[in-house]
Design a protein around this ligand. Sequence first.
Ligand code: MEV
Length: 438
Amino acid sequence: MTNTVSGFSKLSKEEKINWVAKEYFSNPSEAISLIKRYWNADEKLQQLHDEFIENTLTNFYLPLGVAPNFIINGKKYTIPMAIEESSVVAAASKSAKFWSTRGGFKTTVLNTEKIGQVHFIYTGDTLKLEQFFLAIKEKCIAATEGITKNMQKRGGGILDIELKNKTHLIDNYYQLHTTFETKDSMGANFINSCLEQFAKTLKEEALLNETFSEEEKNIQIVMSILSNYVPNCIVRAEVSCKVSELAEKKIENPQDFAEKFVRAVQIAEVEPFRAVTHNKGIMNGVDAVVLATGNDFRAVEAGIHAYAARNGQYSSLSHAKIENEVFSFWMEIPLALGTVGGLTSLHPLVKFCLEMLEKPNAKELMQIVAVAGLAQNFAALRSLTTTGIQEGHMKMHLNNIINQFEATIEERVLVTNFFKHNIVSHAAVVDFIENLRK
Ligand code: MEV
């Protein structure tokens, strides 16, 4: 058992690395050397990354790829994707190209409302609380003036505050349920600052309120925090074309393909085990763009999965139909994203990605991200319902195994040629390489 370490955060970076290396590695100097190989030679750039979090030792690389040929509402995009999973970028690119000759992707932002809540305990008469809330609502808003000034200049701010009675769930539990418009910022800091101010005003005004008993005056604030569930911050992405236009090399019979595709989506609509994997495929695209553009993929993940379960059962985010010989495939997802603030102006590669996307505003980014998700879902379902998923996956996997074995150029050629005509499995590739080396 290792002892707990105290004052770790106060150690220098060098001391932290030495501590970790000595504590956990049989060969500390090798561990230290690995850590340092990932440092950036540009000290200023390294320092910038060091300061994003605490106790930074080094950088953790993820590949940044691009998927070109996306047409969204008639405009061409090359979409940046940061992701470790092989075949995701290839799949996105294939979908982009496929739909680029079939009308492209169409998107609409349906709404952009964000949510935050002050959770509190009030023990007493609900009617009195309701009257008190109505009397102090404007004061609550006025007290946030210093926080909301800049946001208001950009056209955003607090939309409304509602008192919600949740005593049927937990004794004496109420909320100030607040809605916000945060324009091009994700708005987490703005929302949380407003909420903490509402909580302060609520508590202070309750103490001064003469209609309250001593117990009623003593409101207990439990917490004030934004919600990552944003069911009124929705973007819609869709593709459609005549069924006959779906024909291509791998889709010989477009009618059969379209029917099977719609069936596959229906299965994800009614069967949670399939829905989770189906939606995971969507998130392959969504997360990769969210990450590349410096947004919070954990928030996006949490919000989207909650939305997928909004009707009481986890279900597919996307839908498909054939109507009047037209195939349509679409999804609506909640996305609270920012193109200003946070990492967007700090991380040089995030700035690069946003510039490549021609500096989108938050609404445009919502549309791009949703398209990446739908494209990914289309590619997955197309493979699943035609050749099977492993054909494409194993090709990329083969490359990873070759790299793992640090194959020479000659070995690489031999392995690749052999597995063009043979089934790829981890064991088969390992056997083949080991035989080569005998
Ligand atoms: C793999 O990362 C994603 C898929 O499993 C998605 C799906 O099954 O729809 C291929």
